[in-house]
Design a protein around this ligand. Structure first.
Ligand SMILES: Cc1ncc(COP(=O)(O)OP(=O)(O)O)c(N)n1
Ligand SMILES: Cc1nc(C(=O)O)sc1CCOP(=O)(O)O
Ligand SMILES: [Mg+2]
Length: 506
């Protein structure tokens, strides 16, 4: 299968129609699955005492409350829950706001913010602290002092200054203490272009090259990584973010989503990064997952049979899919010898890594380990997600094919990150694949606690109708033949991406 742009789920390379499955056990009956990992257990309803004692990924958000529920603490808690992290909260301000703007701000006294920080950090094992609205110099200083007293694994700083509606959320005097004290403690700082400009004394940021310079300048204040978010650069048709780790710049591209509903996306992105870091992901991986979560997904799965037919290598196919806008690639090789598969996987890893696009491997955990892929996609006859997680570790992405609510529940229990659900339409790419139709997809989406990617017979003519169903948890599509069994992978991917972009947020 070829991979197209995707989201928090992953796409793969060309899949062939043959069904070479990993023979994990010769026994026809699978033994009962091991108990789910504690951290996956009922994350949404986790009690504070459970979070204290159990190895949950734990994010503490230090931010303002948004009465409208779209941004701030409310957005942070929802994003962390969606990505499987427990979220505690220190409220720095209570805002009266709605979709039109901020009508009032009640700042919480500094000493009471200190008290909240003490209560949580002295008692519960927090992995990652994520900051949002820090209204005054005093609040930033209280936070720095608490973090020195109670160090955490990582600090994610979203330097929230002005709301999308243009209302001031942090006094301009906080800029200096952000730069001089908080940034030095941060693992990542995530300004949008307006915030980056303010942090740098009002420089103008109009191009990606300006964003790179800004990322480099902000890096000099001391954070380990910088992500300058380009979503506000309205002159560009692309929404490019620039990630800088002190050595390398990585441009993360996404098609601009035509919507005014961007309120809270910064909070959501930073909370997703924090959740992934809390789960053990590397910084780049955490940023990729977060970005994909905020966008809609297009999974590209490669298929070597189709690529041969069109005279292109897997590498060329993946390169073209990424150029066309694929956000996740899944390498699906049903007929290859192991050595050939691994070589292709290593070559694709290079391309995907340099483009900031996660690469998943279909079925083969050994290949994923050998090429340090970003994750694995398994089906109901493959190794369970729980077993895959044991082998891959916490930071990798695991997808599971599910056709029923019970399978979706099991995937959640087993610690998967997303599910693939299909066949939505009849397909000739996968033999003997039952067609679920819209009704089957709906039943699974409604039951799923994980993001869902629709698969099976999806093409440019029907992708819009799938996304327009507006089903809960449906985040994107995974596509093989509509991209790879065509003369131009780039053109087909671009077209598919724009269909998804235009339907996912309307
Ligand atoms: C995103 C996504 N969804 C479903 C599948 C199918 O996986 P599986 O059921 O294991 O079938 P094979 O791909 O192995 O034939 C997938 N690969 N990706
Ligand atoms: C690999 C795969 N899994 C499916 C499932 O229903 O789980 S359908 C499928 C094939 C998808 O290919 P195409 O986009 O060419 O239909
Ligand atoms: Mg499989």
């Amino acid at each position: 299968m070829a991979a197209a742009p995707q989201q928090s789920v992953h796409p793969s390379l060309p899949s062939s129609t043959s069904t070479l499955r990993l023979l994990i056990s010769s026994s026809p009956r699978r033994p009962p699955p091991p108990p789910p990992r504690a951290r996956r257990y009922n994350r949404l309803a986790a009690s504070a005492s459970a979070a204290r004692e159990m190895p949950w990924p734990h994010v503490l958000t230090v931010a303002g409350s948004d009465s409208g529920g779209g941004a701030g603490i409310q957005a942070d808690i929802k994003a962390c829950a969606a990505l499987g992290a427990y979220c505690s909260s220190v409220v720095t301000a209570v805002t009266a706001q709605n979709t039109a703007g901020v009508q009032g701000i009640h700042v919480v006294p500094e000493e009471f913010i200190r008290e909240q920080l003490n209560s949580v950090l002295s008692d519960m094992s927090v992995d990652v602290v994520k900051t949002g609205m820090l209204p005054s110099i005093g609040v930033v200083r209280v936070l720095c002092e608490s973090l020195k007293k109670f160090p955490v694994k990582a600090l994610v700083v979203d330097p929230v200054m002005v709301s999308t509606s243009g209302d001031i959320l942090s006094e301009s005097s906080t800029l200096s203490v952000y730069r001089d004290e908080l940034f030095a403690m941060a693992d990542i700082v995530t300004p949008n272009v307006k915030e980056a400009s303010r942090l740098l004394g009002g420089v103008s940021l109009r191009t990606v090259s300006d964003m790179r310079n800004a990322a480099e300048s902000i890096y000099k204040f001391g954070p380990k990584h910088v992500l300058v978010k380009g979503g506000d650069m309205l002159e560009s048709s692309d929404a490019t973010d620039v990630f800088f780790d002190g050595k390398e710049f990585i441009e993360l591209h996404a098609h601009r989503i035509k919507t005014h509903n961007t309120h809270g996306t910064g909070c959501t992105l930073a909370s997703c990064i924090a959740s992934e870091l809390a789960k053990g992901a590397t910084m780049l991986h955490a940023v990729q997952v977060a970005k994909n979560f905020v966008e809609s997904a297009l999974h590209h799965m490669t298929d070597s049979g189709m690529n041969k037919k069109w005279g292109r290598s897997i590498k060329e196919a993946v390169q073209a899919a990424i150029e066309g806008g694929a956000t996740i690639v899944q390498l699906r090789e049903k007929d290859s010898e192991t050595r050939e598969f691994l070589e292709a996987a290593k070559a694709c890893m290079e391309i995907c890594k340099s483009s900031g696009v996660p690469l998943l491997i279909n079925d083969r955990v050994d290949i994923a380990l050998a090429c340090n892929a970003d994750g694995v996609h398994v089906g109901q006859s493959d190794m369970s997600a729980h077993e895959v997680r044991e082998l891959l570790g916490p930071g990798k992405i695991i997808g599971v094919s599910c056709k029923t609510p019970a399978q979706a529940q099991q995937a959640w229990n087993d610690g998967a990150d997303y599910i693939g659900c299909g066949g939505v339409f009849p397909t000739s790419t996968k033999a003997n694949n039952p067609t679920l139709g819209f009704d089957g997809l709906k039943t699974v989406c409604l039951a799923s606690k994980l993001p869902v990617v629709a698969i099976g017979g999806i093409n440019a003519s029907n992708a819009g109708s799938v996304m327009e169903l507006g089903l809960p948890n449906l985040k994107g599509v995974a596509v093989v033949s509509a991209l790879f069994d065509r003369p131009s992978v780039v053109a087909e991917t671009r077209n598919m991406k724009s269909i998804l972009t235009n339907t996912s947020r309307t």
